[in-house]
Design a protein. Sequence first.
Lengths: 636, 181
Amino acid sequence: MLGSDRVRILVGMGTCGVAAGADEVLQALKEGLDQNGIQADIMHVGCIGLCYAEPLVEIIKPGRPSVMYANLTPEVVRAVVEDYLVHDNHRPDLALGTRGEGTLEGVPALFDLPVLKPQVRISLRNCGNIDPENIDHYIANGGYQGLARAFKMKQQEVIDEVKASGLRGRGGAGFLTGAKWQFCHDAPGDMKYIICNADEGDPGAFMDRALLEGDPHSVLEGMLIGAYAIGAGEGYIYIRAEYPLAIRRLMGAIKQMEEYGLLGDDIMGSGFSFHLKIKEGAGAFVCGEETALMASIEGKRGMPQPRPPFPAQSGLWGKPTNINNVETWSNVSAILLNSAKWYASYGTEKSKGTKNFSLAGKVMRTGLIEVPMGITLREIVYDIGGGVLDGKQLKAVQTGGPSGGFIPAAMIDLPVDYESLAQAGSIMGSGGMVVVDEDTCMVDMTRFFLSFTQSESCGKCIPCRWGTKQMLDILEDITGGRGREGDIEVLLELAESIKDGSLCGLGQTAPNPVLTTIRYFRDEYEAHINQKRCPALACRDLITFNILPDKCQGCGICRRACPVDAVSGGKREVHVIDQDKCIKCGTCLDVCPGKFAAVVKLSGEQSPAGETVETVDTDVARVKDSRQPSNVGQEV
Amino acid sequence: MVNIPMAQEGSVTVCNCGVTTEGITEGRLDGILASYKGVESELIPILQKVQQEFGYVPEAAIKRISEFLHLPQITVFGVVTFYAQFKLVPIGRNVIRVCRGTACHVRGGARILTEMEGKLGVKAGETTPDMEYSLETVACIGACALSPAVVVNDKVHGRMTIKKVGDILGEKPRDADVDGN
């Protein structure tokens, strides 16, 4: 960070930051500075990936390392302003870490923290450090130098450089990017297109959103390099409409590129011309599939087409087209900036470089991470992620979104690379990584994924259209207590037919959650089907909420909190849940004071008090006998 | 014969014959079309502008757009019904989208949805009779690290709890006085 004689303050204003309350914190920060008469330069930055700690503010005093403050509220940030900027007390109790030259007492270096130490930030190199709405920041950090270097090379040399880096498509399929470029470059035709796939439809994945919000130019520069290498004159960014901030940042970045002569005719005097347009998705997961995506750009229903012909030969409007994912493009600009050799020094033999993951679910430190290929799941979940929430047992790690699978806890030392994940029955996918614990029902998770893919199926192929529906119906029966002998075999058979009979990746991978959960968690299926029991105590139709008579102290909190008045009991009497009224919302379990812990979930067994309307009186009568005097029949 | 469901009474009514009782003036629609050339690839951006302007895609708009782009009405209708963003009936003044993505599901998203449905008195995909709220589910809004998440109009609410549902709907906190604790 360049020396400056004013205080600089970086405020995380990505979608995550704002959702955590960054707007209010920013407001309080400004007020605090005003009230204390402090002059400071405030910069909005993108997501640094520490989503669990948002809202984040980083304060840089001249001549000092920066200090990052986490989990801020308006009150706390006002206190920080006064303590650090007026009284020079940097509040080690509130500081997360420092960056830059020098140290501050009691505060570790940010990148020494377990959450950041294993990470290698290549595509995310600028996120959290620069103002994404200011192209000069990007340029000051090596921006567009990769492009300048590419323009000095021949097209084939650029393609060879990308091949040598070993970069594989980060959208999920993992095809060698340089090879894909070669096909498109070699295809005959005067008019070629390149496309950035920013549809990021996998639930649980937000890497591309963060990258586009935090550093759009890294992606745009990559696209320019690719367009030059392939010989494409026009490009499209297909971005889902659910990412309004990313769309705004991209539009602003493109405008700045045009102003700087980085887009349009004769870019940087190279003789190469390129124009870029943004197309918004309209809410269809299947449009993340490349042929459906191109149909959508053409104004049609997003229904996939058979391949061959591949887009490299015949894509958008029948012209040779190269499509790459957001993260892939961002890696391209980094590769041309540094070198293929540098990039290939990270990762494994067959999976070079780094990969972004959205680490989410039942883990302490959720967020966006970038790690070298080959790192183990253990390092990700425990070192970076800080372990499972609330001290629960890890059950599995889900990768690849609805197309992927679950890696059971026993395989936690699996290295993360394309081949290892495939062998384990999952896929790398776009980067969604969801941690699930002992309270997660694997059958319910599978039902969840199928309900998604079934509703997103475009309908073209009967095995996908009908097959996913049938799998979903069976899974809903199983989780609803209507499972039958033979259901598992039918699911496996359906899975094969759907994989074989589907034209595109949606159908071909929709059965994956079913296949991996049956492979690793068959016992859960069997419990649901044969014993009508949910071992994780999650499936609402298979569990009952019960109050333990020997623990209940009759405090009445659950009775008042119950949204459907299913709990009855007088003051200081054992309370009882009417199972006919109970909607299994779990509120009673949440509100029962920890020292009593009288509410339990049971599955497949008779509840201890055998609660029905008739036995309420029996319970009350029992209580009445054992305690004198009582308030039976009187509401307190 | 296209059968578009009748919208609620007291707001906009769209008859099956295409005549509306309130607002799609030709002017507003033509204003949108003026910035386009009339080629097929413009269909989705045009529909997105119409959806934003009117809150839904009126049948009269489908007719006008198909003329403008020289496409059969059924083709335009096919695109409207394919994509989740386009609605054929008006939506409420406030749109509440409950995320049902993986991370949100794992951290209790289904309960948030049930609570919303209970409080609003409608199911996901429906609009309250007073046209104040539309409730939808969304596959993933990308705030996975702050699950479970809800989007109200354009504001993302992360780390949702049952209590926050009430806060969002402008309710007073439910009486939770503590007794015997």
